[in-house]
Ligand binder design. Structure first.
Ligand code: KIV
Length: 277
């Protein structure tokens, strides 16, 4: 059996099953996420602050995103792998956008690509249309789109229709245009619950929420938040494990063992001399 395909996603959507997506940025975690049974793995540009040590997503380069995607691709057997196009790897021209999206599929093994769209973002919508026509499956992304953080001015909830927040109507209309352009799914990030609901009702493709409330077709979270590795807790997320503590305890025990002569023991030595435990 191959990886989750678009028809598999659509079948679940048609049956009213909630869809699941998590991010991953490297092979070991991607393998665990895949074994855990998610439908889709997003190799997000959230790698910027969750994997590569940047402050946010903006510095992530195309090469870094391709390398992360290829690592995840090598580890994943079942989930659909979605490559996330980083800031300015699309939109500069149609030709460059198509070539860069193509690299996610041809070089990094992605099954689909995702790109963020500003409210009414005509340039991106045109790119989605072209990619779809050429056979590249696209996931749209609306709401709080972190690549526009310098314009938005911070992590403001969208759909409220004030100075730092697009109107609900603008987001519904943008989602409709993204669907029309051919995207097979749309991520909705950090919006009012009513916005998540109305966008979901307005389109016939699955919506995947992160901070979009309960009335969407599926959920996505950032894996480092889920595993307790990001050192942050966000209202829109949920921590399911405390790997920070587990990893730190393991490292402290290792340091103690080496310092106390507990590791390595004769069992870890090749042809041990004296059988010392
Ligand atoms: O980059 C990312 O991880 C994302 C999700 C938060 C949707 O875009």
């Amino acid at each position: 059996m191959g990886r989750t395909s678009i028809p598999d996603i659509i079948e679940k959507y048609d049956n009213g099953e909630s869809l699941t997506m998590l991010t991953a940025y490297d092979a070991p975690i991607a393998r665990q996420v895949d074994n855990g049974g998610v439908d889709m793995i997003l190799v997000g540009d959230s790698a910027g602050d969750n994997h590569l040590g940047y402050d946010d997503t903006l510095p992530v380069t195309l090469d870094e995103a391709l390398s992360n995607t290829a690592a995840v691709d090598r580890a994943v057997e079942d989930a659909m792998v979605i490559g996330d196009m980083p800031f300015l790897s699309y939109g500069t021209s149609l030709e460059e956008s198509v070539n860069n999206a193509g690299r996610f599929m041809k070089e990094a093994g992605a099954d689909a690509v995702k790109l963020e769209t500003a409210p009414y973002g005509e340039t991106t919508i045109e790119i989605i249309e072209r990619l779809t026509e050429l056979g590249m499956p696209v996931v749209g992304h609306i709401g709080l789109t972190p690549q526009r953080m310098n314009q938005i001015g911070g992590g403001y909830v969208q759909g409220r229709g004030d100075e730092s927040s697009a109107t609900l109507e603008a987001l519904v209309e943008t989602a409709k245009r993204i669907e029309e352009a051919g995207a097979f799914s749309i991520i909705i990030e950090a919006v009012t619950e009513e916005t998540g609901k109305q966008v979901t009702e307005a389109v016939d493709v699955p919506t995947i929420g992160i901070g979009a409330g309960r009335y969407v077709d599926g959920q996505v979270l950032v894996i480092t938040d889920v595993l307790g590795l990001s050192g942050e807790s966000y209202k829109l997320s949920k921590q399911y494990a405390d790997l920070s503590t587990i990893v730190q305890d393991a490292v402290e025990t290792y340091v103690d063992d080496v310092q106390n002569g507990e590791f390595p023991s004769s069992e870890n030595a090749f042809d041990p001399i004296d059988g010392r435990e």
